[in-house]
Design a protein around this ligand. Structure first.
Ligand code: ATP
Ligand code: MG
Ligand code: ZN
Length: 363
């Protein structure tokens, strides 16, 4: 059998297999059960948390041969074709590559014809925020009153870029990132089914670094499996995720609090020489500052799985010695630096400048 990456192989086929997103699924299920079916939905949220997955399940719900349902049968032709990505009446469009007004006009023209063989003709438009202004305008009227046989499911990672007029014509569904615990449990379940062994503590490291995205978690897991030659080993995962570099991140953080320019440049160079991306340096510093932030407010030893006990001690010291407003300021300076990193002549320069900007604030 052809090898399929985990993320595709383990895409939930039904709502009950979707992890998290409880309220959205409830809202969709209820409206299906009550037969109060919208003409357009918009799913939004960050990468890899289930937008395309939910859109495909919803399409099955709408077009299942048995009836409109919140539990598609998975057996009829319609369900199977959607599963295999070959249903003629589920038209998936990547708006990022079809931004032009001609593309949308063609789509709208075609939408007038009835579905080929199913109940509805469903347009699943991904990254909808990429459309041009003219395209949005062209879409508005049809979105408001589509032909009876047409449904729109829109997905975006960037709802701020969408005109309000578009949003207000759809049922809005806001997907949230997935908790570490839920990610960890899901990986565990999948590994069991795949009969792949893993060492203790590896899965929580993976789910932590996935940052709420199930797809990222699955692809990190797969990388770890190939590195460990079929087994997930602690040492490899740690290496892969750059955990051994934490000492250097903490040293860099310390030099920022010490306002020591020489050391700041020294440690940032050192981390770069370990093949860490400039952006990642800022991310790790932000993570550390967030940790300090919490220590400062609650002065509790917050359970962190990334930092070891010795590192936690150092962090506690730093938090004691420095003011809350410094911690907050550094956070916002580095965050700003991260926002602008792509505009800088190079990412390295962007990162360094962000670090150096922390120097001014005490003057
Ligand atoms: N909520 C979830 N429950 C279970 N698995 C999930 C979930 N979200 C994502 N996944 C896994 O990640 C893969 C990718 O998810 P999906 O394509 O739905 O993400 P997306 O939100 O559309 O991301 P993108 O914005 O990058 O398109 C799925 O095939 C599935 O394996
Ligand atoms: Mg998607
Ligand atoms: Zn069916």
């Amino acid at each position: 059998m052809k090898y399929q990456v985990f993320a595709r192989k383990w895409r939930p086929k039904n709502f009950n297999e979707v992890i998290g997103q409880k309220y959205i699924i409830k809202a969709i299920s209820n409206s299906l059960k009550l037969n109060r079916i919208h003409q357009a939905w918009i799913l939004y949220g960050t990468r890899g948390i289930g937008k395309t997955t939910i859109a495909r399940i919803l399409s099955k719900c709408l077009n299942c041969k048995k009836k409109i349902t919140d539990i598609p049968c998975q057996k009829c032709n319609s369900c199977l074709e959607i599963e295999k990505n070959c249903s003629p009446d589920l038209i998936e469009i990547d708006a990022a590559s079809k931004t032009k007004i001609e593309d949308i006009k063609e789509l709208l023209e075609n939408s007038k014809y009835p579905p080929i063989k199913e109940r509805f003709k469903i347009y699943l438009i991904d990254e909808i925020h990429m459309l041009s202004r003219y395209s949005f305008n062209a879409l508005l009227k049809t979105l408001e009153e589509p032909p009876k046989h047409v449904k729109f499911i829109l997905a975006t990672t960037n709802i701020e870029k969408l005109p309000k007029t578009i949003i207000s014509r759809c049922l809005r569904l806001n997907l949230t990132t997935i908790s570490e615990k839920k990610i960890e449990n899901n990986i565990k379940k999948i590994l069991k089914k795949e009969k792949i062994n893993f060492e203790k503590n590896t899965l929580n490291l993976i789910s932590l670094s996935a940052d709420g995205s199930m797809r990222d978690a699955l692809s990190i897991t797969e990388q770890a499996i190939s590195l460990g030659n079929g087994k997930i080993k602690n040492s490899y995962v740690k290496k892969m995720l750059g955990i051994f570099k934490y000492k250097n991140f903490i040293n860099l953080l310390q030099s920022i609090f010490d306002q020591n320019i020489k050391k700041i440049l020294f440690f940032s160079e050192k981390i770069l020489s370990l093949d860490v991306e400039p952006d990642r340096i800022l991310v790790e510093l932000l993570r550390l500052l967030h940790y300090l932030h919490i220590l400062k407010i609650y002065s509790i030893q917050w359970k962190s799985k990334i930092y070891n006990n010795q590192q936690k001690k150092i962090l506690k010291k730093i938090s004691k010695k420095n003011s809350y407003s410094d911690i907050k300021n550094y956070y916002s300076i580095l965050l700003n630096g991260r926002k602008n990193i792509n505009l800088s002549p190079s990412k390295k320069i962007g990162m360094e400048l962000a670090l150096l900007n922390t120097l001014n604030i005490k003057k």
